[in-house]
Ligand binder design. Structure first.
Ligand SMILES: [Zn+2]
Length: 335
């Protein structure tokens, strides 16, 4: 299981202790992606349901903690898009799993209304282990209006023993009525030295850690994912010049969505550079000369549009070639 192989970051532990010391039946964890919303949400839920919790969280050894580790806790309801449930090892409902197995539909990318109905029913039931119940919603911005309204009713009149964590990477997209029903917590952006120390503890070489941290825009979870993806920091540093040459190999074996993310970072840094600001994802010396602002703006809009359809390319190889050709044209554009 993914969490088991990653030591809890000290800044998450500090936030956990602080939130556990406060009362509240619904937390909204907010902030940009990659700061550990899901991890902190799980830590809260584990502590709430644990048989022997301390001020520092769950004990890790009791029946409740084990039930969460093996994804079978009767008093925990996890609401996520199905693609994320599957990626994080959470079981889907029997019906949902059967539909996907029979190819009746694809796993959902948003939180399904059916799953929310199950969650509302769950909230009404009696706690199985007698320590109350918990609902974790992540990413909460993946609720549509119907789903969010169904949750809202339960948040407004919570059946006594249920508590909620809504973890979000785009809290501004949530209904204001949902936000106002929760205690808000803004995720802490850890100090760079703390992140580098933590990454070293996860076996990431110090030189590589600094480079990956830059590529991930200073976000610790994304940095670790990048370090474990097998991409070398040298390949990242060489990416801008490779793209400028029109070399598709600069994108390695990335899926279209990852390639678009990398190109958006390059576009961001060139926009910054052309306005005299410091780049965020690449070292200044690795960037080509920025093209005119108008070209960059066109590119930025095109990439945003492509990001919305990147999950269903008709042909991934062709899409990468088209992306690189587009980028090369922009980078050599004179207007
Ligand atoms: Zn426990």
């Amino acid at each position: 299981m993914s969490e088991a192989t990653v030591a809890l970051a000290p800044w998450i532990a500090v936030q956990r202790t602080s939130l556990l010391a406060q009362r509240g039946h619904a937390w909204l964890l907010q902030g940009p992606s990659g700061l550990g919303q899901y991890t902190l949400g799980m830590e809260l839920v584990r502590a709430w349901l644990c048989d022997a919790p301390t001020a520092q969280g769950a004990c890790g050894n009791c029946g409740s903690c084990h039930a969460i580790d093996v994804r079978t806790h009767a008093d925990l309801c996890v609401l996520m898009p199905e693609v994320q449930m599957m990626a994080l090892g959470w079981p889907l409902s029997e019906k949902a799993q059967a539909d996907i197995d029979d190819k009746k539909r694809k796993p959902s990318r948003e939180i399904r209304v059916e799953a929310m109905r199950d969650a509302v029913e769950f909230a009404q039931r009696t706690s199985a282990r007698g320590r109350g119940k918990a609902v974790l919603v992540y990413p909460a911005e993946q609720m549509n209006h119907i789903t969010a309204n169904a949750l809202l009713k339960t948040l407004e009149e919570p059946p006594g023993d249920v508590r909620f964590v809504l973890a979000s990477e785009a809290a501004h997209q949530l209904l204001p009525t949902i936000r106002s029903r929760c205690l808000g917590h803004t995720m802490v952006w850890p100090a760079e030295a703390d992140m580098l120390q933590w990454l070293a503890g996860q076996g990431v070489e110090p030189a590589a850690a600094a480079a990956h941290l830059r590529a991930a825009g200073g976000r610790p979870d994304d940095t670790l994912a990048l370090a474990r993806s097998g991409r070398s920091p040298q390949a990242w540093a060489a990416l801008p010049q490779g793209i400028a040459r029109g070399d598709v190999a600069a994108l390695g074996d990335w899926a279209p969505a990852q390639a678009i993310d990398a190109l958006q970072k390059l576009c961001h840094d060139l926009l910054a550079a052309s306005m005299g600001a410091a780049p965020r994802y690449f070292a200044p010396g690795d960037l080509p000369k920025p093209p005119p602002l108008g070209a960059l703006t066109r590119w930025s809009r095109a990439l945003a549009k492509e990001a919305r359809t990147a999950d269903h390319p008709f042909n991934a190889g062709l899409m990468l070639e088209a992306l690189v050709a587009q980028a090369r044209n922009i980078l050599h554009s004179r207007h």
